[in-house]
Design a protein around this ligand. Sequence first.
Ligand SMILES: *Cc1c(COP(=O)(O)O)cnc(C)c1O
Length: 479
Amino acid sequence: MMERKTNRAIKGSGSKSNQLFSKIPQVEKILRTRIIKNLLESQPKRLVLNAVRQVLEGIRRLPAGEMEKTAFAPDAVAQRVYDCVLEKAAPQLKPVINATGVILHTNLGRAFLSAGAEKALLSVSANYSNLEVDAATNKRSDRIDHLEPLLCLLINAPAATVVNNNAAAVFLALNTFAFRKEVIVSRGQLVEIGGAFRLPEIMKASGAKLVEVGTTNITYLSDYEKAITDKTAMLLHVHPSNFAITGFTQEVGLEQLVRLARSRGLLTMSDMGSGVLIDLKKYGFGDEPPVQAAIKSGADVVSFSGDKLLGGPQAGILAGGKACLERMKKNPLNRALRVDKLRIAALEATLKSYLDEQTAIRDIPVLEMLLRPLPQIAREAADLFEKLSGVVAGNGRIQIADGFSQLGGGALPAENIPTKVIRFLPARLSPDVFAARLRRNNPPVFTRIAQDELILDPRTLHPKEYKVIAEAFNTILKK
Ligand SMILES: *Cc1c(COP(=O)(O)O)cnc(C)c1O
């Protein structure tokens, strides 16, 4: 039916394209080629047919001028179908090499798991598990029981739970405590985190009414005080995540908010964004307050992500007072936002690493990359340089230079982390084109461009990836 319709539509157009269209081989003819017959031995027929139709459709849509140049022989079309099928048959979600130096790159999957977390995830992935049962008593249990005591111990909080991600955590808290009530937020904290997390929009969807106070750069305690009405349910403190306001600024600290909220019978929540369990100041990193500090300040509820600085799977962690956590767990939405067993396993293993800080720093990739000493990075840069410069030879200018890595993922936005990078200026291709070809490598290699040069940062690489990158360079330069 489809075929005939297309053909009829074409009758009306110019006779030249008519001639061209008649040269496009029919589906049956392509299926009879040797290439496709062989392909059908290893690939599902549905996938092959789908690819044939797609390739033919692509040819029909070509502008007349281009169509003339297209090879119409069944074997040539079959070859394109073959490539198309192999591409579709390969995993669509797959590992890539991150040479950008952005540790928590949301588009590249944010944190990747520690070996221990990976192992834990695999152990429950293709097996039954005690997800919601106590094996000793055969009594039904809560899936969060596997995590809550550990979270409470690490965060020093009376109670905790875990949901799908931090956006879900904020949503659940607002819906539980502030449905049809008012929540006061400083204008300096009304953040948008990439990928459509806009605080005002989440609040609206949760049923809470946002009351903005102060200005972008200055908010006083009195601004909150004046905004409190009998409809107010909560004062919300939000980590500004991916930006830093510098210069003439003032925000009200969490402790002061808690004091005000308590005196007026209100709740205080802190959306900590990244959320970190170790004191990064000790390691020379600015002002990222640990989650424990927010609990200590008396916040009723704190929330943070599992796959940002914590370095675990995607998750939203909520911690705070027992009564507050109980109310959130009883909210029917909690069921809609719950985490699956794979992530519970990965999160448990990640959290266990934090029982000993040195273990966490060694085993959790996000922390290891962030805290990797510069002399080590310099050695790695030299090693990568050696592998690449041999391949580049005269085909461009390559050098080691000082540079900066970024944490990304909405933490330490103002922090430039000194690193050593490889700078490469290809001789024949523009850096953009070279970067695009690296991304088309298998596995794809992601780099950064700065000052019109290609930048590769060993901080987010594993030395075993250097050889793959060198091979990708070689393939591109040889063409
Ligand atoms: C990242 C972030 C979120 C969203 O967290 P997800 O885990 O990505 O859902 C919410 N609030 C703040 C302040 C953040 O930085």
